[in-house]
Ligand binder design. Structure first.
Ligand code: FAD
Ligand code: NAG
Ligand code: NAG
Ligand code: NAG
Ligand code: NAG
Ligand code: NAG
Ligand code: NAG
Length: 590
């Protein structure tokens, strides 16, 4: 508290500059109430600050604008961790996509750029969308106390786990946050798992949570894909039991035998909405050897032929159970084609045959000699596949980089017939020759009877994710780092990103460029965890009307006040003050 006294004394010097939105609801809570909440959560209540604070000379948060004493050593530590996933995950005020911790609508920020100047900056660190308070929850009781407190004082609640979200859903202006990252029990393996209330064993299972990825958080809540999803199903398909603290503090266990409505909502309804998940039990699959392919070459011509090869073979590759991705990036004179595939069904020889149309084409260029990367091999285990250096080289550089994307789940019918395929190729060719497909849809996985519509294990992901859809296409996926303090224009990109100047324009461009594909795929959808922030039809794309109606009904019964909410989440209100830092794009936003 001494720091707060110092800041209060300096308030008068800075107050003239303070332009503040509505006062934070946390200010209306008596300080004694915070003290007793803190006691009830074993001292785990904290005032939240953006990670960059030690690098700034003043600080603007819910309490106003005040001088702040920078700390060179801490600032250096923050800067060293800017692009490190582990550091981001372990710091409450840090986010993988830093844009979403800033106030884009006002241009207020406290983020630093990996590419910008280093050291202390003589300017203001703004709270942005970083919540005001958080509880570093370690036990179920911490979440119960926090949620009961939020209900009593009508505080908007944000749930944060790893802070990976691409849409800012683990941040929220002037909210009270529950941080679940430090609930990471050692995983327990049960060869004969029986869900609570179920008559018998369902098979081998693993409970607990992994320290870096949050299998219990937004991943499974949104659907959850991975390199084995084409054959083993999505995260939601593999969840056997989920424990959750409901908004009113009640702790319940949901599975296919009890609390089925909740089990439905927690598997596809999106995180941050229905309660705080404390534990997920997932099906365990036998380890095995994995067939691996990596192909890469730059193509010295317009990439229409490779686009055609990718589109023509897409359905076959999906049936063959390929996981991974393929992509074309580049420009009209020089583009690069990549295929990174993991397969549990095909042998290396079968994989060569499967990819022959690609290798034949790439080898047809005299320039392919020496420049074509062509790896076909067997990996010893699932672990080796998940830790493949090529896969990691695509994922790790995303840490600390603000990425905005637009994506679409494209039904099989769009890959069938010459005319449909031509339309798809034309669309890909219109995308500045930059697009990628994530092979993560459960294309060769059969839903068990229990999980089909109407069954006790139905999940709430879009039907496009379950039955018809083939791929996640992500044309125009852009990698834009917001060089916040060092760049005059909000939303400007790294030099490698040749996209429009402002963030608003970027969001708008990326969103509207997807419209032709949306029009071509009326039965398609979008994966909410990797979707366009300004998806024009979130209900239709993420859930479909029927599923959404059921989800909304569940949400209203659990929590009519909508204190647990987030951007594009079930029951969300775009006018909610917690969303006040989003931009207005395509008519949506503050
Ligand atoms: C580098 C990178 C790689 C990715 N790779 C994949 C991938 O391979 N497959 C894939 O499917 N997705 C992937 N994603 C997307 C990922 O699924 C989403 O970012 C997801 O939201 C992450 O969830 P989180 O809990 O880890 O993150 P957070 O940002 O902490 O939370 C995301 C959402 O979940 C809610 N939430 C978190 N924890 C809980 C909880 N315990 N109870 C209730 N709600 C909770 C939050 O409120 C928020 O709404 C990737 C993202 C990044 C940045
Ligand atoms: C909560 O209590 C802990 C331990 O006493 C203390 O370190 C922390 O500062 C308190 N939090 C707040 C917000 O006062
Ligand atoms: C920091 O900025 C303030 C206001 O912009 C200015 O008055 C002050 O002299 C600056 N301090 C330093 C050390 O540059
Ligand atoms: C295309 O990309 C290559 C390599 O990245 C670059 O050298 C070239 O200038 C680009 N051409 C155009 C027209 O942008
Ligand atoms: C095309 O781009 C790649 C990657 O940027 C580069 O390695 C290659 O030399 C380029 N080829 C031509 C012909 O410019
Ligand atoms: C999976 O693929 C095989 C062919 O490799 C096919 O026979 C089978 O029907 C597919 N299963 C599903 C559920 O798609
Ligand atoms: C909490 O909410 C659940 C679900 O709506 C309800 O069943 C339960 O009775 C509520 N508990 C309390 C104590 O109100």
């Amino acid at each position: 508290m001494p720091q707060r006294v110092q800041r209060a004394l300096l308030l008068s010097a800075f107050a003239v500059h303070a332009v503040s939105a509505s006062p934070s609801p946390v200010l209306a809570v008596p300080s004694q109430a915070w003290t007793s909440l803190n006691a009830s959560v074993s001292g785990r209540l904290h005032i939240a600050a953006p990670a960059g604070l030690p690098c700034f000379t003043s600080y603007d948060n819910a309490w106003g604008l005040e001088a702040s004493t920078p700390n060179a050593e801490q600032c250096q530590t923050v800067e060293a961790g800017l692009a490190s996933s582990i550091d981001i995950i372990q710091t409450f005020g840090s986010y993988h996509n830093p844009t979403f911790s800033t106030c884009m609508a006002r241009g207020d920020r406290c983020t630093l750029s990996a590419s910008g100047p280093k050291g202390i900056v003589n300017s203001t660190c703004f709270q942005g969308t970083v919540p005001d308070y958080y509880v570093d929850a370690r036990e179920v009781q911490d979440m119960q106390m926090s949620l009961e407190f939020a209900q009593k004082y009508m505080l908007p609640v944000t749930i944060k786990n790893t802070g990976h979200d691409y849409k800012g859903r683990s941040a929220g202006v002037n909210t009270f946050a529950i941080w679940t990252h430090n609930i990471a029990p050692e995983p327990e393996i049960d060869e004969n798992f029986t869900p609570e209330g179920c008559p018998g064993v369902v098979g081998p299972a693993v409970a607990g949570s992994c320290p870096t990825v949050g299998p219990s958080g937004g991943w499974v809540a949104g659907g959850g894909h991975g390199i084995f999803a084409p054959v083993y199903g999505l995260g939601v398909d593999n969840a056997m039991q989920i424990k959750v603290v409901l908004p009113n503090g009640t702790f319940v266990t949901a599975n296919r035998c009890q609390n089925q409505d909740l089990f439905f909502a927690l598997r596809g309804g999106g995180g941050g909405t229905f309660g705080v998940v404390t534990e997920t039990t997932a099906a365990l699959h036998k380890d095995q050897e994995i067939t691996y392919v990596f192909l890469q070459m730059s193509i010295p011509e317009v990439p229409r032929t490779i686009d055609e090869i990718f589109v023509t073979n897409a359905e076959k590759w999906a049936d063959e159970g390929w996981g991974g991705l393929y992509a074309v990036s580049g420009n009209v004179t020089n583009s690069t084609a990549r295929f990174l595939g993991f397969n549990t069904k095909l042998s290396v020889e079968e994989a060569r045959a499967s990819l022959k149309p690609v290798t034949d084409y790439l080898e047809s260029f005299p320039s392919s000699k020496g420049t074509l990367i062509r790896q076909f091999k067997t990996l010893p285990s699932q672990w080796a596949a998940q830790n493949d250096p090529v896969l990691l080289s695509f994922l790790l550089p995303e840490a600390g980089v603000s990425l905005t994307r637009s994506s679409r789940l494209v039904p099989r019918s769009n890959f069938q017939g010459d005319e449909a395929r031509k339309q798809l190729v034309d669309f890909l060719m219109s995308s500045n020759f930059r697009w990628s497909v994530v092979l993560g849809a459960p294309t060769n996985y059969s839903l068990p009877e229990s999980d089909k519509p109407g069954g006790p294990g139905e999940a709430s992901v879009t039907p496009a994710c379950v039955s018809s859809a083939l791929q996640i296409l992500e044309p125009h996926s852009q990698r834009c780092s917001l060089a916040l303090h060092y760049c005059a224009v909000l939303g400007s990109c790294r030099s490698s990103c040749h996209q429009p100047r402002s963030a608003q324009q970027q969001f708008s461009t990326i969103s509207t460029q997807m419209d032709p594909l949306r029009a071509m795929t009326p039965d398609g959808g979008a994966y909410q965890n990797e979707a366009d922030v300004y998806e024009p039809d979130p209900i239709g794309s993420f859930w479909g009307a029927r599923t959404y109606a059921r989800l909304l009904n569940i949400k209203k019964q659990l929590e009519p006040d909508n204190l647990l909410s987030c951007w594009n989440c079930v029951g969300w209100n775009p006018e909610d003050e917690r969303h006040g830092c989003y931009l207005k794009v395509r008519g949506v936003g503050p």
